[in-house]
Design a protein around this ligand. Structure first.
Ligand code: SER
Length: 321
């Protein structure tokens, strides 16, 4: 059977880049991108889907004979705190819809992203293990911790092959994040390249796990490609990239932009960050499906600056930000 992939949340930070990689892998006619709104200048197959509407997901699955679903739509940590109950409803309803459609249509594989936001005060801050106690303090984290367990439930109860990764903060030049606590680590590079002052909403020593987009995408594809019997964790896998604080990324940026100015005005997102791990133990993912990150802070910084410079040279600021 030919693989046909449906990406839900394809306009997002990760979704937009992952869609391109899936097209490379499966071909343009076998990847259906979908989101709440059409994507500008997108040349592949695109369907508008509100994933809270199960009938609409079913319609697209039937129309294209979808065999895999990547469910990337969610309201993230910082944004989620504005409307906790709505965030819970959206994050859970969309997941239930995907799981139900997948089970009923014998979808071959489902990808469900989780996050470092599942960890809270009950987990060690350093080298947080895969099986640490989960007591998340944000509604986003609560929805992801629950979602992981639902993923495992559908695997155990119905044999649905759901696979999941707990992403650290994702840093990429291709797209902008929205509504997260780790978003500063993308914004900071844009400000550096624009030679503008950066106002950081976290404290300078707020150490958080991060991962470069290329690594995050490769992890996703490798996990989804791994033989089924190698996937021993059916909640979600920790993956690590690197860990750094705002002060460390500033120091690295200053090797290229010595004048780069930063002020720190921590807000409620600092509270969220303070309960998340400093670093992640990803040895389970390494052992089960061979995960290994490639990018460190230096290579991330060099690539971000170079790519963003090119982008701002050829595109207007307003269409990027
Ligand atoms: N990057 C996300 C956030 O900050 C974490 O998964 O909410």
């Amino acid at each position: 059977m030919e693989t046909v992939v449906l990406v839900i949340g394809a306009n997002g930070q990760l979704g937009s880049v992952l869609t391109e990689s899936l097209i490379q892998k499966f071909g343009k006619n076998n990847v259906i991108a979908s989101d709440l709104n059409p994507r500008k200048e997108y040349e592949g197959i695109f369907e508008v889907i509100d994933a809270t509407n199960i009938d609409r997901i079913q319609e697209v699955v039937t129309q294209y004979k979808v065999t895999q679903i990547y469910h990337l739509a969610a309201i993230l940590s910082a944004k989620g705190e504005e409307t906790p109950l709505r965030t819970w409803d959206i994050n859970m309803q969309t997941l239930f819809n995907v799981l139900e459609v997948s089970r009923k249509n014998t979808i071959e594989k489902v990808f469900y992203p989780s996050s470092i936001a599942v960890f809270g005060e009950g987990a060690p801050l350093d080298k947080t293990p895969n099986n640490a106690y989960l007591d998340p303090a944000t509604v986003y984290g609560i929805s992801k911790a629950s979602g992981e367990n639902w993923a495992q439930y559908y695997f155990m109860r119905y044999g649905l092959d759901v696979r999941s990764i707990r992403y650290p903060g994702v840093i990429g030049y291709q797209s902008l994040p929205g509504g997260g606590t780790t978003d500063y680590a993308v914004d900071i590079y844009h400000k550096a390249v624009l030679e503008e002052k950066f106002n950081c909403f976290l404290k300078e020593d707020a150490m958080l796990p991060m991962i470069f987009m290329e690594d995050a995408i490769r992890a996703t594809i490798e996990l989804m490609d791994a033989p089924k019997e190698d996937i021993k964790v059916r909640t979600s896998y920790n993956i690590a990239g690197i860990s750094f604080s705002p002060a460390e990324v500033v120091a690295e940026i200053r090797t290229l932009y010595p004048e780069f100015e930063v002020i720190y005005t921590p807000d409620f997102r600092q509270e969220i960050a303070s309960r998340w791990p400093n670093s992640i133990d990803d040895s389970t993912a390494c052992k089960d499906w061979g995960w290994k990150p490639e990018f460190d802070l230096k290579s991330i910084t060099t690539t971000m600056i170079q790519k963003l410079k090119e982008k701002y040279r050829t595109t207007s600021k307003t269409s990027i930000l």
